[in-house]
Design a protein around this ligand. Structure first.
Ligand SMILES: Cc1cc2nc3c(=O)[nH]c(=O)nc-3n(C[C@H](O)[C@H](O)[C@H](O)COP(=O)(O)O)c2cc1C
Length: 324
């Protein structure tokens, strides 16, 4: 029987329970994309709160990428020192930290093969820097119609070279493996649905994941993530069906994210499917200490009401916490 609080290992790295903090962009980097004390303090509070793995908010690997306000950048060695301070702080609390490597925007069909090689190399270089900065690993952001997610969607990719279909994913993984050590975790977050006719759906996702046998985990999401109206015990697990399906099709451990609010539901998922880990965003914005609370025996569901008010606050805080 699996429980939320089982200790596991990935690539020999000990994880103290099965809970991940899903990537949550904070918008708190400085104007040039450098690390700030506010980011470190937010993640440190989460690490104290009990999650085994913290995935950072999306962090751009490219100097020429579109910019979204307060996003961290990681395209140059100058960024490493600030991230060392972050990884040290997290490790002091016995948690693991993965850098979510991303690009916001970019062309797909228009790029030459050599130009896509450069995109791939930018992800690999970011993984190398992440290891230098003390991260336990990275997560390739291939979800939510950020660049890599569009790059692998049939709606955008009409290429005829090796980068057709989802071909960029194994290329990024191989480049990251080349540039990091054997004990570095490489994971991926992917869409199980683009939510548009002709876009990526469950079977395309499975096809994209099959060659990625060298990944350490796959987190399954979809466009239209952060769904509103989630109620504990009523409609939890927004992407459960597709995620459980993938977990049955691949050997790589699969992480369920989206609308998880109760220990009871999570326990059912862990024991009725091959899902190995669960991931939370908004519940940990509302209650950074939620995992400790659950572990200490108060298993009342998350207080998050899935209003998405957090998206509109500075630093993506819970509106209920600000009012207090
Ligand atoms: C404020 C906010 C920022 C987010 N930023 C990211 C991000 O940077 N990268 C990402 O993959 N997902 C991001 N997400 C999506 C979450 O990781 C998660 O997939 C989604 O909120 C569903 O999980 P939940 O119901 O536990 O909140 C964000 C969500 C929120 C609420």
């Amino acid at each position: 029987m699996k429980t939320l609080f089982d200790e596991t290992t990935l690539r020999g790295i000990r994880l103290k329970n099965r809970v991940w903090r899903s990537a949550t962009w904070l918008g708190l980097a400085d104007a040039n994309g450098f690390m700030t004390d506010a980011i470190i303090s937010t993640y440190e509070t989460l690490a104290e709160g009990g999650a085994a793995v913290i995935v950072t908010g999306l962090t751009s690997v490219s100097a020429t990428d579109a910019h979204i306000g307060g996003e961290c950048k990681f395209y140059d060695n100058r960024f490493i020192d600030g991230h060392c301070r972050l990884t040290d702080a997290i490790h002091r609390h016995g948690a693991r930290i993965l850098l979510q490597t991303a690009m916001v925007d970019g062309p797909v069909d228009e790029l030459t093969t050599a130009q896509v090689d450069d995109v791939v190399a930018a992800f690999g270089d970011a993984a190398r820097r992440a290891e230098q900065a003390g991260y336990d690993g990275v997560q390739i952001h291939a979800a939510h119609f950020f660049y890599i997610s569009r790059f692998i969607s049939p709606l955008f990719n009409h290429r005829t070279d090796g980068y057709r279909g989802s071909g960029i994913l194994p290329a990024i993984l191989a480049d990251m493996r080349d540039k990091t050590s054997d004990s570095f975790l490489i994971t991926m977050k992917i869409n199980s649905s683009d939510g548009y006719p002709g876009g990526m759906e469950k079977e395309e996702m499975v096809k994209a994941c099959r060659p990625m046998t060298d990944l350490d985990a796959i987190e399954v999401s979809a466009n239209g993530t952060s769904q509103t109206g989630i109620r504990a015990g009523v409609n939890e697990g927004s992407f459960l069906e597709a995620t459980a399906h993938l977990a049955g099709e691949v050997e790589v451990p699969v992480v369920l994210v989206g609308g998880l609010r109760s220990v009871e539901f999570i326990g059912q998922v862990l024991n009725n499917t091959k899902v190995e880990y669960i991931s939370l965003s908004r519940p940990l914005i509302r209650e950074p200490n939620l995992i400790n609370r659950w572990q200490q025996g108060d298993t009342t569901p998350s207080k998050c009401v899935s209003c998405n008010g957090c998206y509109r606050t500075e630093g993506h805080q819970c509106v209920f916490n600000i009012k207090q």
